[in-house]
Every structure is written in structure tokens, then in C-alpha cells.
Design a protein around this ligand. Structure first.
Ligand SMILES: NC(=O)c1ccc[n+]([C@@H]2O[C@H](COP(=O)([O-])OP(=O)(O)OC[C@H]3O[C@@H](n4cnc5c(N)ncnc54)[C@H](OP(=O)(O)O)[C@@H]3O)[C@@H](O)[C@H]2O)c1
Length: 255
């Protein structure tokens, strides 16, 4: 059995991705917050909802998906039942050092999922405490694997990885919206413009993932001399596209 504390945007997305991709809902118990959000999601997906952290006693792995302000009060309650469990926190501010300071010498991990976990196409960076064994890591992978890719990184890279993979779905949404605006400007109807822009983003991403060529070479392949695509690429550069993306990541990193 596994437990969740909090099932808001990211906790709910992880649970949804797991269950929709074959993880047994009967094996998930969730302690929700003050609203009825968790109860409603539980009714939809079939997992059990409990009122107290103590009721997660039988869980082997506990995922913490509350925001920074609720973290310490949740950790205090969790401390009572945490012995022998694996704890994985999604909370942005939950460093390994802080988790261990409050929980004691238990096995803790810090993970930053992104929203495509909801459909099993997520990208999650994770850092484990030193006392996590390979078998412990396998257990976490066997659970979060239902939501997509899981990549272990040193803790000092978790934040930037979380920004590059976690904030960027919103950046890509803005790009898709802008591309479909351009399609509409040039005469496509809105529905078709969105279909084309989203279909392109899916296809181009799959090609970039599966191809032996890197993205730069893939771009070179479709930019014929004096052609329309290289004129478009040049216009993107003239208007600071690359710099705008780097500045977006800088802005997300500087809170
Ligand atoms: N959203 C993302 O894409 C994303 C990605 C990676 C990491 N994160 C991190 O994950 C954390 C949560 O983000 P979020 O976007 O999921 O926030 P959120 O939508 O506000 O969800 C937090 C949930 O925690 C619940 N909660 C609050 N106090 C609780 C308690 N004492 N016991 C149990 N549940 C409690 C709240 O329930 P009620 O609403 O019912 O009170 C709420 O549903 C943040 O630290 C964020 O940085 C978010």
C-alpha cells in the first residue's frame, strides 16, 4: 500500500496518471486537505481518502504533495508513523536535509514531477537520501514509473531540472497558442490551427526523442537554402526567441 498527503494539482496529477496507467486504486490511500477536492477525486478514481496522517500507518511509501506552508505541520504528524517507510516529497522547498531534520534518520527523497504525469507522459527529477538502497529506489521507480520518466539527479540540479521540465509545459502552451494565432491570422479556423500546432508539437517531440540526430541537425535538415523555414528561423532569432526562452527559465529560477 502507498500513501499520499495532499492531492492538489501535482499530487492529483500523479495519482491520476498512476491509476489511469494501471496502478491499483485499492492500493492508494490519501490524506486530503481542508476542501473536498481529494474526496471528489477519490470518488472519480476509486482510491481511499482518510482524515488523519496516522491512518497512513500501513503504507510502505508515502508521497507528500502539500505546498510549502503546510509542509512542516504535515512532517510533524508523519514523524509519529514514519519508521521503516520511504518518504518522497514533491513540495518544492522540501530539501533532503530539511526532511531528515524534521523526520529523523529515515529514507527520504525529493522529487519534482511535471503535469504530463497525469497522462503517463511525465518527466520527474528525483534525489534520494544517502541511506536509500537500490531496492528502495526500485520500489519508488515501480510506483512513479506509471507516470512517465523518472531521472535521478544530484540535489543541486533538481531545481533547474524542475524548471526546465516543470515550468516549460506552460511555456510550450504559450508557443502553441501563438502558433495557432498566426495560423488564424493567415486564414485557418481556430480549431484547425490548434490541431495543427498541437499535432506538430507531439510529432516533432517524438521525432526529436527517437531520432539519432540532435534537434539542431533536425532543424538543419528542414531548412533548405533560401527557403521558407530558414526565413522563419531567422525571424525567430531576430525577435529574440532563444533569448526569451533562456530569460523565461532565469525568471522562473529567481524567486
Ligand atoms: N503544480 C506543479 O506542476 C508542481 C510540480 C512539481 C512540484 N510542485 C510542488 O508541489 C507542491 C504542491 O503544489 P500544487 O500545485 O499541487 O499545490 P495545490 O494544488 O495547492 O495542492 C496542495 C494540496 O495540499 C493539500 N493540503 C494542504 N494542507 C494539507 C494537510 N495538512 N494535509 C493534507 N493535505 C493538505 C491541499 O488540500 P485542500 O485544497 O483540500 O486544502 C491541496 O489540495 C508545491 O510545493 C509545488 O512547488 C508542483
Amino acid at each position: 500500500m502507498i500513501g499520499f498527503i495532499g492531492a492538489g494539482s501535482i499530487g492529483g496529477a500523479v495519482i491520476t496518471g498512476m491509476i489511469k496507467n494501471g496502478f491499483e486504486a485499492d492500493n492508494i490511500v490519501v490524506k486530503g486537505g481542508h476542501s473536498n477536492r481529494t474526496i471528489l477525486l477519490g470518488e472519480q478514481l476509486g482510491f481511499k481518502v482518510v482524515k488523519r496522517v496516522k491512518q497512513l500507518e500501513d503504507a510502505e511509501v508515502i508521497f507528500i504533495a502539500v505546498g510549502a506552508t503546510a509542509l512542516d505541520s504535515v512532517l510533524k504528524e508523519l514523524k509519529e508513523i514514519v519508521a521503516g517507510k520511504l518518504v518522497v516529497a514533491f513540495t518544492g522547498s522540501a530539501s533532503i536535509t530539511h526532511l531528515k531534520q524534521v523526520l529523523g534518520d529515515v529514507k527520504v527523497a525529493h522529487a519534482i514531477p511535471n503535469t504530463p504525469v497525469k497522462i503517463g507522459a511525465g518527466f520527474t527529477g528525483i534525489t534520494y537520501s544517502d541511506n536509500f538502497t537500490d531496492d528502495d529506489k526500485k520500489k519508488v521507480i515501480s510506483i512513479l514509473g506509471y507516470t512517465g520518466q523518472l531521472v535521478e539527479v544530484p540535489e543541486n540540479q533538481l531545481g533547474i531540472l524542475g524548471t526546465v521540465a516543470g515550468c516549460s509545459p506552460a511555456f510550450l502552451d504559450v508557443f502553441i497558442e501563438a502558433l495557432s494565432d498566426a495560423g488564424v491570422k493567415h486564414g485557418l479556423n481556430r480549431k484547425l490551427a490548434y490541431e495543427a500546432a498541437i499535432g506538430m508539437a507531439i510529432g516533432a517531440s517524438k521525432l526529436a526523442k527517437q531520432s539519432e540526430l540532435n534537434v539542431s541537425a533536425l532543424k538543419d535538415e528542414v531548412t533548405s537554402p533560401g527557403g521558407s523555414t530558414i526565413r522563419g528561423v531567422a525571424a525567430l532569432e531576430e525577435n529574440g526567441f532563444r533569448n526569451a526562452v533562456i530569460k523565461a527559465v532565469d525568471a522562473a529560477e529567481n524567486d
